[in-house]
Design a protein. Structure first.
Length: 310
């Protein structure tokens, strides 16, 4: 079954300026519409390492929803557990500046409650033989509870990311049952009611180590953009991972790719530091490419002794 990935699908509408971006002004540019969503991206990123993840999700009962399924299937993602339902996909509208960073965004979340029934009906067959589980912590609370119950039943490790930290903060008690939680520096500040924006990597590492110990969170990784990433376990292990130097085209999806790489590494036997290094390499690969280019890797390129799945 490979890694099971559970989360929402979004349609991403992106606007890029053709000349210097003027905040509050009228900017000529180009607009692109692509498939998105944290865990949809993660499933595709895992498949691009020639691993074959299973994606558990929802799409609209439209041609756009079928397009999502078809594209993932072409990447050899197992799409058997994607359900077509009304309002199954969200929308993310974003405007980028000249550095490839998001300067304004609005999102409409989909109704993900049908996932609860899906897991009730087919959870055992989904999780019994999987290698690991990746989930969005801000899904419906009952859905997250179900996933954690199945993970405990079948002794599977669970790795979590977020798409909306405000919602995820209501599920902080779940973090003690998550094997590794990954978020960015701003999200970590929201989680711990502090402002970490001015901290460098070493300062963030020490702060994170103290936070995970006091909150009894087993493991947490915080991405810091061009400053790299930091990681810490409640038992005391902590460290930093430098960012790869690349020419930035679009930072969208970099965090998702980092999460995917970290999940791959931890699922298939790498240390936390090695897993974060894989995440850093995958993140760099998506930052410096256009939407029409798909970076492909083989497991051996990351030192993974995992058979390529047909």
């Amino acid at each position: 079954m490979g890694i099971v990935v559970i989360g929402a699908v979004f349609v991403d509408i992106k606007g890029y300026p053709l000349s210097t971006y003027i905040p509050g002004g009228r900017n000529a540019g180009r607009v692109e519409q692509v498939h998105g969503g944290v865990c949809r991206n993660v499933a595709e990123d895992i498949a691009n390492v020639e691993l074959r993840p299973t994606f558990v999700s929802l799409v609209d009962e439209t041609g756009s929803g079928q397009d999502v399924i078809d594209k993932l299937a072409r990447h050899k993602v197992n799409t058997r557990y994607i359900r077509r339902v009304p309002d199954g996909m969200g929308t993310w509208l974003a405007v980028f500046d000249n550095d490839g960073d998001v300067c304004a965004a609005i999102s409409k979340r989909p109704d993900t409650t049908p996932l609860t029934r899906l897991l009730q009906e087919q959870g055992d067959e989904i999780f019994a033989d999987c290698d690991g589980i990746a989930i969005e912590l801000d899904l419906e609370k009952e859905t997250v509870k179900q996933v954690l119950q199945f993970a405990k039943k079948y002794r599977k490790k669970v790795y979590a990311a977020v798409s909306n930290m405000s919602i995820a903060m209501e599920r902080r008690d779940f973090l003690q049952q998550i094997d590794c939680f990954v978020c960015n520096q701003q999200e970590a500040g929201l989680m711990f009611s502090d402002n970490y924006e001015e901290l460098d990597a070493d300062e963030m590492c020490r702060t994170l180590a103290g936070n995970v110990h006091s909150a009894n969170i087993p493991c947490m990784v915080v991405t810091m953009g061009d400053k790299g990433a930091v990681y810490a376990r409640s038992g005391g292990e902590c460290g930093t991972v430098p960012a790869k130097k690349v020419n930035v085209i679009d930072t969208t999806g970099a965090g998702d790719a980092f999460f995917a790489g970290t999940v791959i590494g931890l699922t298939y036997g790498k240390t936390l530091a090695q897993a974060c290094e894989i995440g850093s390499r995958l993140a760099a690969s998506v930052i410096c490419i256009s939407e029409n280019v798909c970076p492909r890797f083989r497991p051996a390129e990351f030192g993974l002794d995992v058979p390529v799945m047909d």
